[in-house]
Ligand binder design. Structure first.
Ligand code: PA5
Length: 421
């Protein structure tokens, strides 16, 4: 089971914050806090629609049978989760998953098209509102591409929409065209939606074990609900973040030593940034990938402004890894590493980094996830979601809205002459 080490934060301070932490926890459990109508993700690992899930697995199988590429069209919470899980767990390479609609770059769209080439593809367009500009523009493009290649009728079985159950242009368009649709539940916002069809369909299509992912989330859901006080890992993390924030640490850096974790870092940044960054408050979430970033951000982490703390993600070292061989000539002087796996060296890098950063004045938290796999990842996802809800309530914000995201859209639409804006 996932564990957290918060020993960098004085225990007395965490204890002093416990009443407020429990109050925030109760708000989530009782649905009595700000934005409560968007907290259905709290019980989702148990409450998900089982019939729809079975249909989703069938659709994923169909995608695998009929295509070599799945183009996932979405942005923000409607793409970061599936991307992060697929990259972290490395799906079956016989289906390539490409992501579109997460930018407005014509060049990127052209490169994706070239990459698909002559291969058969399916499109999964994901948008809760159904009207977000970036995915809408990309979907218009890929719909046309699919219809040109497979004909209007043929394209129908190659376009799947994940959207609201009844509202929005994407839903009405899909119904009119006869595309299969999956539902993003009303009470689950984008950044909490990875365990809905938003994430589950592309993840299942990638051949990743979604049952194990859900089982992990379920176990963590139980733990978040029942573990007492600071033994509750999510409460301990939320409280530690709050103590550090109020002590002048305004930036949290999520650090992993696994290069597969990079997109998980992007998912985590959105989760915390969009949930907490409002009303002039909120930790700024940043993510680094070590050891690569020790050679770019390491200097700042060690000696830059002391307004940050670090949260390390640790997974158990795989037992069978590549080993450094003995070289009789030892011309590169590396024989002191002979017999060690690369992962053991990586572990030493982690221990050394944590000590150096701690000595350099950076409080370091550590999240131990256990053995890398779908179940442990399900735990980690739910842990971060739950801690984020508690953390947002501790901060005194509504962690489930994102009013600030609209501002750029209004300006952009005015510039583009959208009617009525
Ligand atoms: O977390 C969120 O709510 C946002 O990041 C949305 O997911 C993002 O803006 C995309 O919205 P939609 O799914 O409506 O296209």
């Amino acid at each position: 089971m996932l564990r957290i080490d918060t020993s960098a934060v004085p225990a007395a301070k965490l204890e002093a914050l416990l009443p407020q932490t429990l109050e925030a926890h109760n708000k989530l459990q009782n649905k009595s806090g700000a934005g409560a109508s968007f907290t259905d993700w709290v019980t989702l690992p148990e409450d998900y629609d089982k019939a729809e899930y079975r249909r989703l697995l069938e659709a994923a199988e169909r995608v695998r049978e009929q295509s070599k590429v799945l183009v996932v069209v979405g942005i923000g919470g409607s793409y970061l989760g599936p991307r992060a899980v697929n990259e972290y767990l490395t799906g079956d390479p016989s289906l390539e998953i490409l992501f579109a609609g997460c930018n407005l770059s014509g060049d990127a769209l052209q490169k994706l098209t070239n990459r698909i080439g002559n291969r058969d593809f399916t499109v999964n367009v994901i948008s809760k509102s159904g009207g977000t500009t970036e995915p809408a523009v990309a979907f218009r493009y890929f719909r046309a591409l699919a219809e040109a290649k497979y004909g209007k009728d043929g394209a129908k079985s190659r376009i799947i929409a994940t959207t609201d159950k009844s509202r929005g242009i994407l839903k009405s368009l899909s119904d009119a065209e006869g595309y299969e649709t999956f539902v993003i539940p009303d009470g689950v916002g984008g950044r909490y939606s990875v365990l809905t069809p938003v994430g589950l369909l592309p993840i299942a299509a990638a051949g990743i074990n979604t049952n194990a992912l859900i089982a992990g989330a379920q176990a963590m859901m139980e733990s978040c609900k029942t573990a007492k006080g600071l033994e509750n890992a999510a409460l301990a993390y939320a409280a530690a973040r709050n103590v550090l924030y109020n002590g002048g640490k305004k930036i949290e850096v999520l650090a992993s030593f696994d290069p597969d974790f990079v997109s998980m870092g992007e998912w985590w940044k959105q989760l915390y940034g969009e949930s907490e960054g409002k009303d002039g408050k909120g930790l700024f979430p940043a993510a680094v990938s070590y050891t690569a970033d020790l050679h770019s951000m390491g200097q700042y982490m060690q000696q830059g402004e002391r307004t940050l703390f670090e949260t390390f993600i640790r997974t158990d070292t795989p037992k069978n890894g590549i080993t450094v061989e003995t070289d009789p000539a030892n011309t590169d002087g590396l024989n002191f590493l002979a017999g060690k796996t690369i992962d053991e060296i990586n572990d030493a890098a982690y221990q050394g980094t944590k000590k150096a950063h701690t000595d350099g004045g950076v409080p370091c938290l550590t999240v131990e996830t256990g053995v890398k796999g779908a179940e442990a990842l399900g735990q980690l996802i739910y842990f971060f979601e739950y801690a984020c809800g508690v953390s947002g309530y501790l901060l005194g914000v509504n962690p489930f809205d994102q009013p600030g995201v609209e501002a750029y859209k209004t300006n952009m639409f005015q510039l583009l002459g959208k009617p009525g804006v």
